[in-house]
Design a binder for this molecule. Structure first.
Ligand code: PRP
Length: 212
């Protein structure tokens, strides 16, 4: 097995914070990393290769071993239930998952419709609450669903709360706090343990420093 460490990075809102954290931990990421459209970036100085994936797909790349490690939101970990190790809470991109809807939607009807990017998580949550709902899977702009009558409620990420506010929606229940995690392929963890341990140590030191 090659000793190059491949890391799957989530494109989008977690990306910037993850790159900043890696740089603080001493990984020499080139400037092209920040605004390039390249999906694979080699960093030979660090003996690393980065692959840039959709956030929800990062655990998949890591489970199949095409990436040794990855940065994944706890939300995707809960939704995807992939066979990977979660080795470090990076404490970045903090947000939470919540149930929301239009004011008054808490008056529960029969078999209400719930829109979400997280159908597995939402199904499990409502089962635990003992409420029967119909889950409608959407891929983004979830807040639109109750506004146009596609769903009664939504299960989605709340970060600043701005999207809910600006669309006249209210939060009904908090489900779970979310941060990004460093995840590892179990086989890679055996084969490249020295490299991975070193990465975990460096990142853990920065996470500890950043603690307020
Ligand atoms: C996320 C999430 C909410 C929004 C919450 O969407 O799904 O829509 O951010 O952030 P806020 O509380 O700061 O307003 P994202 O922008 O990732 O895009 P998406 O709607 O396409 O999923």
């Amino acid at each position: 097995m090659s000793d190059i460490l491949t890391m799957a990075m989530p494109k989008g809102r977690i990306f910037e914070e993850a790159v900043e954290l890696l740089r603080k931990a001493g990984f020499p990421l080139p400037p092209e990393f920040d605004d390039s459209r390249k999906l694979i970036v080699d960093v030979p100085e660090a003996n690393m290769r980065f692959i840039l994936a959709k956030p929800m797909d990062v655990p998949t790349y890591v489970e199949y071993g095409v990436a040794d490690v990855g940065v994944a939101g706890k939300d995707t970990m809960i939704e995807e239930e992939r066979d990977v190790y979660e080795v470090l809470d990076l404490k970045i991109s903090a947000c939470y998952l919540a149930v929301a809807g239009l004011p008054g939607c808490e008056k529960k009807g029969i078999n209400p419709k719930v829109a979400s990017k997280y159908p597995n998580l939402a199904t499990k949550y409502f089962k635990e609450q003992g409420e029967q709902v119909e889950i409608i899977k959407l891929n983004g702009s979830i807040e639109l669903a109750p506004l146009v009558g596609l769903a009664d409620r939504i299960v989605d990420i709340v970060s600043t709360g701005r999207t809910l506010r600006e669309n006249g929606l209210v939060e009904l229940e908090k489900i779970v706090p979310i941060t990004s995690r460093l995840i590892v392929n179990p086989v890679s963890y055996r084969m490249k343990d020295a490299q991975i341990d070193e990465m975990v140590e460096k990142l853990a030191a920065v996470v500890e420093e950043e603690k307020v």
